[in-house]
Ligand binder design. Structure first.
Ligand code: UDX
Length: 453
């Protein structure tokens, strides 16, 4: 098997997954990060993010001698065990949404500046982060090295299943204006046997946005359809099941919810809108996708208001509510752009008193290294966090399920009902079985369901 020396700069969930998975495919990988404390933890096999299988894979590959961690980008491209330099350098850096939705490329620019003189002739620099169309061209300009190629190889990893997604990809996309460099990057993944799209850099960069914005559009469509279902007395689960059998639509990504969030979809929809604006194209469909999502949060607040007070304009002042789930989806401890937090902020503005429980946001006494992300003085964004769901239910006038943690289905709902002030559950994920709630003496209100208020 053909192995390459691969440097990965940035050990966030994309970088770490990429590094560990490429090592597991047999490549020699060095991962660099500017955070020395994190590098030290990674060397000990401590992974800060919740990502199934990742910590095990890191430990396994470090022991096998194929994966190592260093401080800084310069060391990552030069510090290979055999004292040779990297042949392929992956940039897995944050590209946060800056002012007006423009992706902030300072991290990429700084690393390029730092490493440009260190790269051996023939090195291929790969951009894995989601970046604006034209970034590969801009990176090549900054590198100013005719003997180094820049390739766009977007990741399509979902948080919570990143390792699985990396090793079982629907497709590999490699974009470069130099075909030979694209083929070298594609060859890294040869063992995975996935369909590979070789294209130019701009098309690869756009493909990532095209995919994520399509997914966001699908969800906004489903959330709007759920609202329509409530108004006409239809049921969204039956509707989505029915349309999902159409192979052109598919069953996946059709669950209504409190709105889409996370580190990708909000950032990418805004960034594509910027790309369109800059190209003088009015992308109305995309704007409506974003607006529908923003409106969804208010719609959930209105639903809570109606459920608790019986009136559409009832007051939530000093109404105690228990929130179940704060992360942007189940299977992660990531709070970035979480719709749950946006809804919590709106509920607080409306005067409600909140208490939240999230299974991923509970301190682990056996692992003091691992802190609860985003927690300040026992609160996240001003919302007190408790470590037991029954505590969140205590004295609550309603419970609001905001994240689709499967373990919520197994809660002792009778015990929950027993400590609540009013037996109401607003299930924004249609996660819980209404009959189970009914048996526990609770009224469950979902989205787009026939029984919905
Ligand atoms: C997404 C893309 O799926 C992935 O390909 C890309 O590389 C990064 O962005 P991720 O942000 O990890 O991945 O989460 P994903 O599972 O796609 O969910 C995004 C949001 O949509 C979450 O807030 C989730 O709760 C919501 N969602 C998803 C729904 O509301 N309903 C669904 O049916 C699916």
């Amino acid at each position: 098997m053909f192995t390459r020396r691969v440097a990965v700069v940035g050990t966030g969930y994309v970088g770490l997954t990429t590094g560990a998975c490429l090592a597991s495919l047999g490549h020699q990988v060095v991962c660099g990060d500017i955070d020395a404390a994190k590098v030290e933890r990674l060397r000990r096999g401590v992974v800060d993010i919740v990502e199934p299988g990742l910590a095990e894979l890191v430990t396994e590959q470090v022991s096998a001698g194929r994966l190592s961690f260093v401080v800084g980008a310069s060391s990552a491209v030069t510090d290979f065990p055999d004292e040779l330099d990297a042949e392929i350098v992956f940039l897995c850096l944050p590209t946060p949404m800056g002012v007006g939705g423009v992706a902030d490329l300072r991290a990429v620019e700084a690393v390029v500046e730092e490493t440009r003189h260190l790269l051996a002739a023939g090195t291929v620099v790969v951009n894995k982060s989601t970046v604006p169309v034209g970034t590969a061209a801009r990176t090549a300009e900054l590198l100013d090295r005719a003997d180094v190629s820049v390739v766009s190889n977007p990741e399509f990893l979902r948080e919570g299943s990143a390792v699985h997604d990396f090793l079982n990809p629907d497709r590999i996309v490699v974009g470069c204006d130099a075909a030979e460099a694209a083929e070298r990057v594609a060859a890294l993944y040869a063992r995975l046997g996935a369909p590979t799209v070789l294209t130019d850099a701009a098309s690869a960069e756009l493909m990532k946005y095209a995919a994520n914005c399509f997914l966001a559009m699908k969800l906004s469509y489903v959330n709007a359809m759920a609202e329509l279902c409530e108004r006409v007395g239809a049921d969204i689960s039956d509707v989505t099941e029915g349309i999902g059998y159409d192979r052109r639509i598919g069953q996946a990504f059709l669950s209504p919810g409190p709105g889409w969030g996370g580190s990708c979809l909000p950032k990418d929809t805004h960034a594509l809108l910027q790309v369109a604006d800059a190209a003088d194209f009015e992308f109305r469909l995309l704007r409506a996708t974003i607006d529908t999502n923003t409106r969804q949060r208010q719609r959930i607040v209105d639903k809570v208001r109606h459920a608790v007070t019986g009136r559409r304009a009832g007051s939530l002042t000093r109404v105690r509510l228990g929130l179940l789930g704060l992360t942007f989806k189940a299977g992660t401890d990531d709070l970035r752009d979480s719709p749950a937090l946006a809804i919590a902020a709106l509920l607080r503005q409306a005067g409600a008193e909140l208490v939240a429980y999230d299974p991923a946001l509970v301190a682990d006494p056996n692992n003091p290294d691992k802190t609860v992300p985003g927690m300040v003085d026992g609160m996240i964004d001003g919302v007190p966090l408790v470590s037991d769901p029954v505590e969140a239910a205590q004295g609550a006038e309603a419970l609001v399920v905001l994240t689709e943690w499967p373990q919520f289905r197994q809660l002792d709902w009778s015990a929950m009902a027993g400590v609540m002030k009013q037996p109401t559950v607003i299930d924004t994920r249609n996660l819980l079985d209404p009959a189970t709630l009914r048996r526990a003496g609770l009224t469950g209100i979902g989205l787009g369901r026939r029984e919905a208020a």
